[in-house]
Ligand binder design. Structure first.
Ligand code: ZN
Length: 477
């Protein structure tokens, strides 16, 4: 059989490449080989029964299944080669990460250590099924990958830890899109060879963004849910408002994530500019390299206050170790432009300092116990309407590199202490109504409104060790 004949006989299904797009500009489905889900080291599965591979189009359950399968498979294949040998899903996930494609009515999706789950809702006559957006499926799968690498981030009471998780989700969507030659070519055409500007792959979840705008026009970007092509500048999240319109940086994880994901897109673009050939191959290489440096960094960086700066410093160290510092200028420039590193901090990361740190980082291993390195902080429950004291898992104080983000007024931010970071995170969760407080733990002053439409990312439970109650995460959405 010739190669050409083989290609003809490979069964295909129709899928979107990145997102349905926002109505009425709907993206064209394209044929892809039937996706393989059971791939190592990140096997995935779908709870619903697999339909026959056929050429079912948008709006059918069969099409939604294959889009979700294609996206799960693509996200797994994107991250799999980058993670250290032996990496596997968080133990509570089980052997394969299972997707549930239709868990209820809503414009959301989430990862909760039992799997990834997708809601759907009909808006202005359009059924917006979040599992029908590759970018949303790849975002949620990204949460699961980061949880496999760094389980300590799951419960950390820190806006920066939560923000990094959301950034990693959007980066998962970006890198999964850039695995496709067709999208790399499309992006270079759309951006005239400068992938740091807004493009089809920097705009995350166009259709979901459209649906949310029908209810609340300022809640999301005008042309998508979030855009990685942005200029949001770092502020210590303890100083930010808990919520606000999309045009404003707040401490809410999806909003605050844009500082880091914005820097990441500039890193991809910076590495691309350093390539001999500025073609789609060069863009593919740049995306993979940036992803690899991020994986190296999250495995090595301690979960501390001023976490973004720590991850940034460790990406620079990873580049020193892997590439002799070749992409250091691109990394420094992107982190400085988003204020993640102050000029002072970037200058202090001198080559001998980075090299000696990089040497120590090679031994870093993924996983570890869920609370390794976190500090238990006890706070009174009364002001939150909770009957007993509450334990939070605060980020640690210890910092490698002793570096920090920019103060907009000049110089560096002095990172808040872990207690303040954790308290501020808890307050913001309550102000946003994201904590489920079971009846038995409420005091007479409880103000929880039990609105069923709001996804509760956290809950108050009895501590498994010791007395009193603890704040624990249920999911990332
Ligand atoms: Zn998320």
């Amino acid at each position: 059989m010739t190669l050409q004949q083989q290609q003809v006989t490979i069964p295909t299904v129709l899928v979107y490449e990145d997102d349905p797009g926002f109505p009425p500009q709907v993206n064209m489905p394209v044929p892809h080989p039937v996706p393989q889900l059971d791939t190592q080291p990140f096997p995935t599965a779908i709870a619903e029964t697999a339909p026959q591979p056929d050429s079912a189009g948008p709006g059918t359950e069969s099409f939604r299944y294959w889009v979700a399968a294609d996206a799960l498979s693509r996200a797994s294949l994107t991250w799999g080669p980058m993670v250290p040998t032996g990496t596997q899903w968080h133990p509570q996930v089980g052997r394969a990460l299972t997707a549930h494609l239709n868990v209820g009515v809503g414009l959301n999706a989430f990862y909760d250590r039992r799997g990834v789950s997708f809601l759907r809702q009909t808006v202005a006559g359009v059924t917006v099924a979040t599992c029908e957006s590759n970018e949303i499926v790849e975002h949620e799968t990204g949460h699961a990958v980061l949880d496999a690498l760094r389980p300590q981030l799951f419960n950390a009471a820190s806006a920066e830890a939560a923000g990094l998780h959301e950034a990693f989700g959007d980066i998962s969507a970006l890198l999964s899109s850039l695995r496709l030659e067709s999208l790399r070519t499309a992006v270079l055409a759309e951006t005239q060879g400068n992938p740091e500007v807004s493009s089809r792959v920097s705009r995350i979840a166009e259709q979901l963004g459209w649906a949310i705008r029908q209810f609340d026009p300022t809640k999301v970007d005008p042309d998508c849910l979030r855009n990685m092509a942005n200029s949001f500048f770092y502020r210590d999240p303890v100083l930010l408002e808990p919520s606000g319109p999309a045009s404003m940086l707040t401490s809410a994880p999806h909003s605050f994530s844009r500082v880091f994901s914005g820097a990441f897109l500039k890193i991809v673009a910076g590495i691309f500019r350093q390539q001999d050939l500025q073609d789609q191959n060069g863009l593919g290489f740049s995306a993979e390299m940036a992803g690899q440096l991020l994986v190296d960094a999250v495995v090595a960086a301690p979960v501390v206050s001023a976490y973004y700066a720590q991850v940034a410093g460790h990406m620079i160290a990873a580049d020193q170790r892997r590439n002799g510092g070749k992409y250091g200028p691109s990394l420094r420039s992107a982190f400085i432009r988003h204020g993640i590193l102050s000029l002072e901090a970037a200058a202090s990361l001198t080559e001998p300092e980075v090299s000696s740190r990089a040497a120590g980082i090679t031994a870093a291993m993924p996983g570890g116990s869920d609370d390794l390195g976190l500090t238990a902080v006890s706070v009174p429950g009364a002001m939150y309407g909770i009957a007993q004291p509450l334990t939070l898992s605060a980020p640690a104080q210890e910092r490698r590199f002793g570096i920090a983000g920019s103060d907009p007024a000049g110089g560096s931010v002095r990172p808040a202490d872990p207690e303040r970071v954790a308290m501020s995170f808890l307050e913001d969760l309550f102000r946003r109504g994201r904590v489920h407080v079971p009846e038995e733990h409420r005091s007479a002053m409880a103000f929880d409104d039990d609105s069923p439409s709001r996804l509760r990312t956290h809950e108050i439970t009895s501590r498994t060790t010791g007395e009193g109650l603890a704040l624990v995460r249920r999911c990332f959405d």
